[in-house]
Design a protein around this ligand. Structure first.
Ligand code: PRT
Ligand code: ZN
Length: 283
């Protein structure tokens, strides 16, 4: 049995549970407990605070964890970083009062910086040769300059609106983060086999993300032009239709390129274009 530690509640919880569901790990829906056994896969899920996930995995209490890379970096426990999962994206940035002139990192010399991530901040300061005082607080970091607690802050930013509403300006990005799958370094052979199966499923779900299955009818004499406009996985499938002058073309398209390509397809005479969602893709 594989034990996976995930966030009990918070920003990563819903996306994590959704990913587990997509790869076939159904959790009892009733109420959240500390531990839940999956109904149809040899997996047990531990619901924890995100801060506790890296250590739980490093100690081998959980075999795997899903947690922000920022927590992994900050805590510094030894875990394997297996793969980024494409959600929980954010950055860790330095910000200062919006009206302040900022000549570059040396501005921070001799200043006080408030943060909940002293480890990552000190790493950045060392890399830049900055000597500043680090004031550690556990929450509401963004109000520190306004109340005179610090000259600047180092915190998580995603849209940037929290900084703007506190009259702060982002001046340096120290790291980019997202949710990662991490593992303990001491997995048995049986657990490694289960992990392989899990990774296979995650890759199948991730491969399908942002992609659509597209079908269309096309005049035979324009097939080459249509294929040239289609950046499919490999070559598109082309099937004859009852009407000999026409065929049916099937392919997979990146959703973000859809509108750009669809115009070209129509210009080539494609008709009856159908766009379907793809759930999983085994390449
Ligand atoms: O209870 P528990 O300890 O498990 O959760 P938590 O409160 O410590 O963490 P939580 O749920 O807030 O965040 C979990 C993880 O989500 C973080 O460790 C990051 O990896 C990731 N993440 C992604 C974020 C954000 N985006 C984010 N915007 N974590 C926090 N924020 C906060 C940030 O601290 C700031 O206050 O949102 C504010 C900034 O947001 P913007 O959009 O205004 O820039
Ligand atoms: Zn936390």
């Amino acid at each position: 049995m594989l034990r996976i530690a995930i966030q009990a509640k918070g920003r990563l919880h819903d996306d994590t549970v959704e990913l587990l569901k997509e790869i076939g790990i159904k959790l009892p829906s009733s109420k959240r407990t500390l531990v839940a056994k999956a109904k149809n896969f040899n997996v047990e899920v531990l619901f924890l605070r995100d801060d506790d996930i890296p250590q739980t995995v490093a100690d081998g209490v959980a075999d795997l964890g899903i947690v922000g890379l920022n927590e992994v970096e900050e805590k510094g426990f030894e875990v394997h970083r297996i793969m980024p999962l494409g959600f929980g994206g954010c950055r860790l940035s330095l910000a200062l009062p919006a009206a302040t002139d900022y000549p570059g990192p040396r501005w921070f010399n001799g200043r006080t910086i408030a943060t909940s991530y002293p480890g990552i901040l000190k790493g950045w300061m060392q890399a830049k040769g900055i000597e500043a005082k680090v004031h550690v607080i556990s929450g509401s970091v963004e109000i520190s300059p306004g109340i005179g607690l610090a000259d600047a802050i180092f915190d998580i930013v995603s849209s940037g609106s929290t900084l703007v509403s506190n009259n702060l300006r982002e001046v340096e990005v120290a790291m980019e983060s997202e949710a990662w799958l991490i593992s303990s370094g001491m997995l048995s052979k049986e657990k490694l086999a289960l992990l392989d199966e899990l990774l296979f499923r995650i890759r199948a779900v991730k491969s399908a993300e942002g992609k659509k299955y597209v079908l269309m009818n096309a005049p035979r004499h324009r097939v080459d032009d249509i294929c040239a406009a289609l950046p499919g996985i490999k070559s598109p499938t082309i099937m004859p239709l009852a009407d000999e002058g026409w065929c049916s073309i099937h392919t997979v398209l990146e959703e973000r390129r859809f509108w750009e390509i669809i115009g070209q397809l129509k210009a080539c005479g494609a008709q009856g274009i159908l766009v379907l969602p793809i759930e999983k893709m085994i390449i």
